[in-house]
Design a binder for this molecule. Structure first.
Ligand code: VIB
Length: 218
């Protein structure tokens, strides 16, 4: 009997945490084109800052990888974050007239996500980082794919969904999924169990981050 792939176990055993993000009011209202501008502006500010954090997370992953193929793949992802994604935020901030808001970045729900994700990358091993990136990217791929037919009035919002429903982002999320499965076959059961718990932890950090965008000041 072949063992069940680790990513399947994460998605099945943490379905409650994963599904809570798919039906989060932020996702629901954005897709229904009724998210207030103030909430999307908050999102743009905290999300742009997170892309910067994600560059650091991928940097840790490059350093902790043992394999040249993994390093090459991750460097490609880093390039996409540092250019395509950063350009999106530069244009979005200019379009909306947004300026940095340190108070928003200090919101405990935003800080919990940022510091929690960074701590996984800093203190964890390569399997931990793969799990955290898989959790975050597979969730984004899933919710944006579910709403790929949404037609939003604001091209900045529409562009964000399109970016994460695109074949390139799907391929990146699938690479993470396959890599989690491959590393899973090398790990003892207790380590796999810990990674499944980590997947759920990341979904809960995601919920608090999107709560902050959706509802504003705590
Ligand atoms: C809050 C938040 N959570 C997940 C994603 C999905 N995502 C798209 S690119 C990328 C880089 C790091 O893996 C991640 C996680 C996001 N953009 N913002």
């Amino acid at each position: 009997m072949t063992a069940r792939p680790l990513s399947d176990r994460m998605l099945a055993e943490q379905a409650q945490a994963f599904d809570a993000m798919l039906v989060h009011p932020f996702v629901r209202d954005l897709a229904a084109d009724r998210l207030p501008d103030a909430a999307f502006d908050r999102y743009l500010l905290i999300e742009g800052a997170f892309v910067d954090t994600a560059i650091a997370i991928f940097g840790y992953a490059v350093a902790k990888a043992c394999d040249l193929d993994d390093r090459r793949k991750l460097i490609g992802s880093l390039d996409g974050l540092a250019h395509g994604q950063m350009d999106y935020f530069r244009d979005a901030y200019a379009g909306r007239g947004l300026a940095p808001d340190p108070g928003l970045q200090a919101d405990p729900r935003v800080a919990a996500f940022r510091d929690g994700m960074l701590a996984i990358a800093r203190d964890g091993d390569f399997a931990d980082i793969l799990t955290a990136m898989f959790a975050a990217e597979w969730m984004y791929w899933t919710w944006c794919d579910a709403h790929r037919c949404a037609r939003l009035a604001d091209p900045i919002r529409q562009g964000w969904i399109d970016l994460h429903a695109a074949p390139e982002f799907q391929a990146q999320a699938r690479w993470l999924r396959d890599r989690v499965d491959r590393i899973g076959t090398t790990l003892p059961e207790d380590r796999q169990t810990a990674l499944i718990a980590l997947f759920g932890h990341v979904q809960r950090l995601e919920v608090s981050f999107h709560d902050a965008a959706w509802s504003g000041a705590a």
